[in-house]
Design a protein around this ligand. Structure first.
Ligand code: SF4
Length: 279
């Protein structure tokens, strides 16, 4: 059994939060730069240059890349040979969020949904925890802004809807979202599982670096086809039209029930933020 003090975990989480909130992921920046080169609309290309300049300045000055520093979402893969010592796991994660958001002047955006009273420390965080083989802990942190999170969709399709139904669902979600999720967006699609797993898959699909291939060959073609269809929509960067509504579409699939075809769409705005560490 490998012992990991929770004080070590807390320090790691605090650094991951500060890093993710002040840096657009390099894969997304690269995709944005490439998209700008081939943009046909002058206004959209200008908007993309502003986003690139903002990202560069924020990284240099360690400033938040957007005023919405999101709700703190964590994905933990915890080796079953790991024993956390010195406290309570979930409490430690929330302490790291509270301290890092305060110390880095990140906006506190979390409140009670009924009273609308702010918790004033951006907690509680959202935790996805999986127990895996081994003695390592893989942590992924994603500060999720809600301009894009509010555009999340779940479609409980019938099996007969097939791949055409999946495509229609994704295009409907992006068309309905319009410019609200601050495009160019990055589209995560979950297909299969149960309703809640399907939406979780859609969010996890956003963690795969842009430019990497889907491990399922047939889904690479579907991702490319969806990207082409989305970029034919008259939305464009920041709603200025042109040919760059989305930078990428990633799909994550999971077996589902014989009577179902769930499709979840989780949209990530241009401000693609996440950080990863292994303890
Ligand atoms: S959707 Fe993204 S870019 Fe737009 S306000 Fe929210 S975090 Fe910022």
């Amino acid at each position: 059994m490998r012992e990991i003090p929770l004080s070590d975990l807390k320090q790691t989480l605090k650094q991951m939060i500060a890093k993710a909130c002040t840096r657009v992921r390099p894969d997304a920046l690269c995709a944005l730069q490439n998209a700008k080169q081939s943009e046909t609309s002058e206004s959209a290309a200008f908007a993309m240059q502003v986003l690139l300049d903002n990202a560069s300045l924020c990284e240099q000055k360690a400033l938040p890349v957007c005023q919405d520093t999101g709700m703190a979402v964590f994905f933990f893969e915890i080796g079953q040979e790991v024993h956390f010592t010195g406290g309570d796991f979930e409490k430690t994660v929330n302490e790291a969020v509270a301290e890092s958001y305060a110390e880095n002047a990140l906006r506190m955006s979390v409140l009670d949904p009924f009273t609308r009273i702010n918790t004033k420390n951006n907690t509680p965080a959202v935790l996805h925890v999986r127990l895996v083989a081994g003695d390592r802990v893989k942590i992924t942190f994603m500060p999720k802004g809600f301009g894009s999170e509010n555009m999340t969709r779940l479609f409980m399709l019938m099996p007969a809807d097939g791949i055409e139904g999946v495509k229609k669902a994704v295009i409907t979600a992006i068309r309905d979202a319009g410019s609200k999720p601050c495009p160019p967006v990055f589209v995560g699609v979950g297909v299969g599982g149960t309703s809640e797993l399907c939406l979780s898959l859609a969010k996890e699909a956003l963690l795969r670096p842009i430019g990497t291939r889907n491990e399922r060959e047939e889904l690479n073609a579907l991702e490319a086809e969806l990207l082409q269809e989305i970029n034919a929509l008259p939305i464009g960067a920041q709603g200025f039209g042109g040919n760059t509504t989305a930078l990428a579409v990633h799909i994550k699939a999971h077996p589902t029930h014989i009577t179902a075809l769930p499709v979840g769409v989780n949209i990530q705005c241009n401000c693609v933020r996440s950080s990863e560490e292994v303890l």
